[in-house]
Design a protein around this ligand. Structure first.
Ligand code: SAM
Ligand code: SF4
Length: 458
């Protein structure tokens, strides 16, 4: 069997042969974490073994500290846009699997434009395009046309400014074409790094473990410098998967000089025509612990939570390191327009609140909703982004940009209550901008936005 960067034996032994760590050892690991130096899988394994509640609280406090230092209080929102549920694969957990006899739906380009129009009216500026794998029904040209269609829509509430893409592993040439279309992040989840588990739940083209494992390498080869990884938690032991995510991130860093832009942490959800109970269910407390450990281990990688999770878990996760969240989602092609929302989705959602309800609730928590897309449009991606993020310089741009995009949202989409909360937050954030010229410029731009200008960013 080909040797890969996932050393199963090493990780399994880290999880089975470690005695409960002493307070001094845990303190050393957390100190390194606080210094934003990241963690090796060995160090992360030490935190995994912490069981004492007061030490777990210290892990959470460290994660919170790192989140605040690197990202401030910002939370970036996006929505998934499912364009087709045709799929040739038969992943045992997924409502789109080929074995589900339900009728399929592939959006026409006009329907993609309509869906985009709905999302813009809610206030979204970032879209994650998703589709099943089916070269016949969803060829790459269809995906590329869909991206063009999304970027082409502008209405009185604005436009989509960044399209991220989550489609099946593909060729270097196709990645090159996606990059040329102006995508933001290319996301692909390994689902499980545990090979036997992976092969037990995947059938069809996706059943090839190595194709999935090296897909992000191919994306880099194709010129995409902004990739997202993830695990479908519940398929296998979360502790093993967490070590593998850390290892995958450092493998990409070593090979391409750029770590992943994001890590997603989906937990397995019920879905139509799926009878797979999670073989390794992840409890809420373990879920929060793994988020905190990842935050400490890869401090410069954004972390994504979706509407698969309940509002109260999302709120806790925001404190522990999540930087991006989906909101007001649908996992059915056509799901954003009542007349076309006939299909059932890929899986069940747990947070069904509107974007306005979600933004209001995070503002009450003290977080700053952001719809910013500036870095990618200013070419601050890949290695350039990493260089800025590392010393924390990214704050210079992110803080004012989040204020400006929140102001647009308040002007164009928010309820009266959200507007009140948002204005309070904007005033407080302005006080936190240390550089006086950046602060002045931000204040001037806020006035310009209130006077009708849009899309002002640093
Ligand atoms: N079809 C492409 C693929 O599989 O690579 C694109 C991704 S799919 C539309 C998005 C992700 O949804 C999958 O990678 C998987 O992790 C997740 N997913 C599928 N079924 C799920 C379920 N029942 N519960 C939670 N997440 C699920
Ligand atoms: Fe198809 Fe992706 Fe669902 Fe697998 S996870 S059945 S590849 S849509």
């Amino acid at each position: 069997m080909q040797k890969t960067f996932i050393d199963e034996d090493r990780f399994q032994s880290l999880l089975t042969n470690i005695p409960s760590p002493s307070p001094a050892v845990v303190a050393d690991v957390l100190k390194k974490g606080r210094e934003l130096k990241g963690l090796t899988p060995e160090e992360a394994a030490i935190l995994i073994h912490v069981a004492d509640q007061s030490f777990i609280q210290e892990i959470f406090d460290t994660a919170f500290h790192i989140k605040n230092t690197v990202y401030g209080g910002r939370l970036v929102f996006f929505a998934p846009l499912y364009i087709s549920n045709f799929c040739v694969n038969n992943c045992r957990y997924c409502g789109f699997r080929a074995g589900n006899p339900a009728p399929r739906k592939k959006l026409t380009i006009d329907e993609i434009r309509e869906q985009t129009d709905c999302l813009i009216r809610m206030g979204h500026k970032r879209i994650l395009l998703e589709t099943g794998e089916d070269a016949g029904n969803n060829p790459i040209d269809y995906v590329l046309d869909a991206i063009d269609a999304i970027y082409s829509i502008k209405n009185e509430k604005g436009e989509v400014r960044r399209v991220n893409v989550n489609i099946a592993a593909t060729t270097v040439e196709n990645y090159r074409r996606l990059k040329a279309k102006g995508i933001g992040t290319y996301q692909l989840f390994q689902e499980s790094y545990h090979r036997q588990t992976y092969e037990n739940v995947h059938y069809g083209l996706k059943g090839n473990y190595l194709r999935q494992l090296y897909a992000l390498d191919n994306a880099f080869e194709g010129g995409i410098d902004d990739v997202g990884m993830g695990v479908l938690f519940g398929l296998y032991d979360w502790r093993f998967e967490t070590l593998c995510l850390i290892s995958h991130a450092s493998y990409l860093m070593d090979k391409f000089g750029i770590g992943p832009h994001t890590i997603s942490v989906p937990r397995l959800r019920p879905a139509t025509a799926v009878n797979l109970a999670p073989p390794f269910p992840v409890s809420d407390s373990d879920f929060l612990k793994l988020i905190a450990i990842l935050r400490i281990a890869v401090p410069y990688t954004g972390m994504i939570i979706t509407t698969r999770e309940r509002p109260e878990i999302r709120e806790e996760a925001f404190r522990l390191g999540i930087t991006q969240a989906s909101a007001a989602s649908s996992t059915a092609p056509g799901g954003f327009k009542k007349e076309t929302a006939k299909e059932s989705g890929q899986f069940e959602l747990s947070d069904k609140r509107s974007l306005d309800e979600i933004t209001a609730s995070v503002m009450k928590q003290g977080f700053m909703p952001s719809f910013c897309t500036a870095c990618y449009r200013r070419n601050r991606t890949g290695a350039v982004f990493m260089e800025l993020a590392k010393p924390g310089d990214i704050h210079e741009f992110c803080a004012p940009n989040s204020v400006l995009t929140l102001m647009e949202y308040l002007e164009d989409n928010a309820s009266a209550e959200s507007r009140r909360l948002g204005m309070e937050l904007i005033n407080k954030s302005l006080e936190g901008i240390e550089n006086p010229s950046v602060r002045n410029e931000t204040e001037e731009r806020l006035v310009r936005i209130r006077n009708g200008e849009r899309d002002l960013y640093f």
